[in-house]
Design a protein around this ligand. Structure first.
Ligand code: 8YV
Length: 323
């Protein structure tokens, strides 16, 4: 039997690409740039499987060709709001993602941002590299203590829980949780966490707020001007989830007028474009979407895609089927 034709839309870690080629007829996008809409549309009629990432867009109109060859979209990443799963499903296309393997590293980056923003590490490094450091003094770059503070976690899935694990057991933080469904008491107890009824209930209580919910239309601008105003003037917002969850223009205002203490962002509304008003904000730490960017995790994500593909083409339900 001919091997299924598979399109990998971006360059992947070499060990995964090599393993994938053993079982599949693989086409690699050697340009390593996101595919355009027309190329993606053509891919759905030319390949049995397309392996997109967060930089690909798969809206409903891409699925309207009379004949589609694609049977599975095996996403490289846990977030899949860039794929219209209803449209895929209506054409009989299975969608999978890569949970678990990136939870630790994404939570590590959220911790990194929280510590860097609170302890003014980015500002300090810029000062030092610019040759502006004049030496130790008692009032220099005074930050905010993280240990023992209150952390609000919005979205208590795998990554939210990995964040709670670090913050509670490593830093003695008090954890408040906001989640769309009720979290089992034994899960909350693992992190000494309390679930609150609404985002509004949580925000005024927190010294730090970390976002771990999905992106897409449902959570667009969940953090907006009104909710930023509910945060303490000393509190920090951390986003490693999706850019669209935060209204960046409103966040820039809050940072410039110091109505919150600061923020740490790994994701942005229009990646790789950064809102111009964020650029000069000193009380902000920004990273270029590094959540899962470790060798171990990016390989783990690739092997998880491979496993989903293999299961699908063996006639099984892939373990990470989301639609
Ligand atoms: C990935 C992520 O690197 O998995 C996700 O949802 O945000 C990142 O960590 C990226 O999305 C790959 O598609």
């Amino acid at each position: 039997m001919a091997k299924p034709r598979v399109l990998v839309t971006r360059a992947w870690p070499a060990p995964v690409e090599a393993k994938m080629a053993e079982a599949f007829d693989v086409t690699l996008n050697r340009d390593d740039r996101p595919l355009g809409a027309a190329e993606m549309k053509a891919a759905l009629t030319d390949y049995d499987a397309v392996l997109p990432t967060v930089t690909d867009r798969l809206p409903a109109e891409l699925f309207d060709a009379p004949q589609l060859r694609a049977k599975i979209l095996a996403n490289y990443g846990v977030g899949f709001a860039h794929i219209d799963t209803d449209a895929a499903k209506s054409r009989g296309i299975t969608v999978t993602n890569t949970p678990d393997v990136l939870s630790d590293c994404t939570a590590d980056i959220a911790m990194t941002l929280m510590l860097m923003a609170a302890r003014r590490a980015g500002e300090g490094e810029r000062e030092l590299r610019d040759g502006r450091w004049t030496g130790w003094r008692p009032t220099h770059l005074i930050g905010t203590k993280v240990s023992g503070a209150t952390l609000g976690i919005i979205g208590f899935g795998r990554i939210g829980q990995a964040m709670a694990q670090r913050a509670h057991h490593g830093f003695g933080m008090r954890i408040l949780v906001q989640n769309r469904s009720a979290v089992a008491p034994e899960v909350l107890a693992r992190y000494g966490a309390t679930q609150v009824a609404s985002v509004e209930d949580m925000l005024p209580e927190c010294d730090f707020v970390s976002l771990h919910c999905p992106g897409g239309a449902v959570n667009r601008h969940l953090i907006n001007a009104r909710r930023l105003e509910m945060m303490k003037p000393t509190a920090f917002l951390i986003n490693t989830a999706r850019g669209e969850v935060v209204d960046e223009a409103a966040l820039a205002q809050a940072l410039w007028f110091n109505t919150i203490g600061g923020a740490g962002l790994d994701v942005f509304e229009r990646e790789p474009k950064i809102h111009p008003d964020l650029m000069g904000a000193d009380n902000l730490v920004m990273l270029p979407h590094l959540g899962s960017a470790t060798r171990q995790t990016r390989e783990g994500m690739g092997f998880r895609v491979l496993q989903n593909l293999t299961e699908y083409f063996q006639g099984k339900t892939p373990q990470d089927k989301v639609a």
